[in-house]
Ligand binder design. Structure first.
Ligand SMILES: C[S@@+](CC[C@H](N)C(=O)[O-])C[C@H]1O[C@@H](n2cnc3c(N)ncnc32)[C@H](O)[C@@H]1O
Length: 470
């Protein structure tokens, strides 16, 4: 790392870490830790170990997590475009693991973009239950949506809302909530030198207040008995031990519970917050000088089963609102069914619950929560984007391609990962190829990557324009 660390930061860390300070500072002279997390919605861990073109080293606190060496470029490999893995620095793999999402649950990832933890939570759900992945910034919400799509997630709803607005709609609704809070980003100094420029003591204070507001909203949305994980990628006690202590003072209905992997994660520091609470030892610090990772803070909390819910959730209007039932829905479903029977007859049955189809404009989605009403919320995606209803035809969505396997489609074109045709496809070029006319699933070593349409000795390219490699 070449940029100089802010003096106010190093002085504070020295006064906190004492004899460990030199080792902490030394960690900034080492290269960053590269990680990837295998996406079990596309390939299981052991199969990926066999297939991987990169050297892999297991990360102890995340079964699907691996380090890869400097110089490997997994983001530039077609397997990345197929969604076989998500690039994530190793300590950032800990919060979603700690949350312990189970298939069938209702999960909220409140500060979700660009989606590292959301894709991990979706994998834990194994397609069952509901994930709401929320991001406040519109552009970042779009990146989140694309990453969930690439990782073949079918049961996520992507919203672009403030925590407060979500809170009004979903009181006491979730089994588990992740607050991966906006923070001063001291754990990013090694990876992103811009984070050093952005940092200031005032920013630390500002983030602390923002974190408390976000946590208040999360507290209201969690069902009694539910689990909340709070995480940051900063070292400032004010944003970690102090945010949790203040939260617990404001919310006696919550208690800290121990985190897994005490052999890897150092305990939180009771002396770094006021009033001093011994339970802070149950929170965790991931230090860059004690493990290979950029650093994180984690706290796992439970909302007591018998917590007084002073405000009971309002009676939800479960009936679908008119906007979700636009004119043309029937025709859209018919167009989909015609497409599905012709192109993906084996999957058509799985995606046939009439109540799950949602039409937004000309975009057809298959909802994981058909009884929920999304009117009035900024929603980017509700479950699986099936495709676009065009005049007299249905054009399948990229998201649909990514959830399909070759056995599910009538026509597919497979290429080996090192075949130049794959690069041409990713650049958006048509491929010269003979085949049955019509929609064709393009696969790389058997893993779907997108659609093509076969006609006149060519496979026309339907890889989305915004994703094309240049
Ligand atoms: C640490 S990042 C999230 C990283 C993400 N969980 C992941 O694993 O890819 C924090 C996110 O919180 C968002 N954010 C900023 N201000 C916020 C606020 N007031 N309420 C909710 N989220 C906010 C930021 O835009 C940012 O995307």
């Amino acid at each position: 790392m070449t940029s100089t660390l802010p003096a106010a930061f190093t002085e504070r860390m020295q006064s906190l870490l004492h004899q460990d300070f030199e080792a902490f500072l030394e960690s900034y002279r080492k290269s960053i830790s590269h990680g990837l997390r295998v996406n079990p919605l596309k390939i299981d861990r052991d199969a990926f170990i066999t297939l991987s073109p990169f050297e892999l080293e297991s990360i102890p606190w995340c079964p699907e997590g691996f380090r890869y060496p400097d110089g490997a470029r997994p983001g530039k490999h077609p397997y990345h475009a197929c969604g076989l893995y998500y690039l994530q620095e190793p300590s950032a793999m800990s919060p979603a693991e700690a949350l312990g999402a189970q298939p069938g649950e209702r999960i909220l990832d409140l500060c979700a973009a660009p989606g590292g933890k959301s894709t991990q939570l979706a994998a834990a759900l194994q397609g069952e239950g509901l994930l709401i992945a929320n991001e406040i910034h519109p552009q970042r919400a779009r990146a989140l949506s694309e990453n969930l799509e690439r990782c073949a997630v079918q049961n996520a709803v992507v919203t672009n809302e403030t925590p407060e607005r979500l809170m009004e709609r979903f009181p006491l609704f979730f089994d588990r909530i992740l607050v991966d809070a906006p923070c001063s980003g001291e754990g990013m100094f090694r990876k992103l030198p811009e984070a050093i420029e952005d940092w200031s003591p005032e920013k630390v204070t500002e983030c602390h207040h923002m974190q408390l507001d976000i946590l208040d909203a999360a507290a209201r949305m969690l069902a009694p008995g539910g689990t909340l994980v709070y995480s940051t990628c900063t070292f400032a006690p004010l944003e970690n031990e102090q945010s949790i202590t203040t939260f617990l003072t404001r919310h006696p209905e919550f208690e800290l519970i121990p985190l897994p992997h005490p052999e890897w994660f150092a305990p939180g520091q009771p002396a770094w917050a006021k009033p001093q609470t011994d339970d802070l030892r149950l929170t965790a610090r991931l230090w860059p000088h004690l493990l290979e990772g950029e650093g994180h803070y984690l706290a796992k909390l439970r909302k007591k089963e018998d917590s007084q819910n002073d405000q009971e959730p309002p009676k939800r209007k479960e009936k679908r609102a008119s906007k979700s039932l636009p004119a043309g829905r029937k025709e859209a479903i018919a167009a989909w069914q015609k497409f599905a029977v012709e192109v993906i007859p084996y999957t058509a049955k799985r995606l046939s619950d009439e109540s799950a189809f949602l039409l937004f404009g000309d975009q057809l989605f298959y909802s994981p929560a058909p009884t929920l009403n999304w009117d009035g919320l900024k929603v980017l995606r509700v479950g699986l984007h099936l495709g676009t209803v065009k005049k007299n035809r249905f054009e399948p969505g990229h998201a649909l391609a990514l959830v399909l396997s070759p056995e599910e489609v009538v026509g597919h074109a497979n290429f080996k990962a090192d075949d130049q045709e794959v690069m041409r496809y990713l650049r958006g070029e048509a491929l010269l190829r003979e085949g049955e006319p019509g929609w064709t699933l393009v696969t790389v070593d058997g893993f779907s990557i997108g659609w093509g349409k076969q006609a006149d000795g060519q496979l026309k390219n339907h890889y989305p324009k915004g994703l094309r490699w240049v």
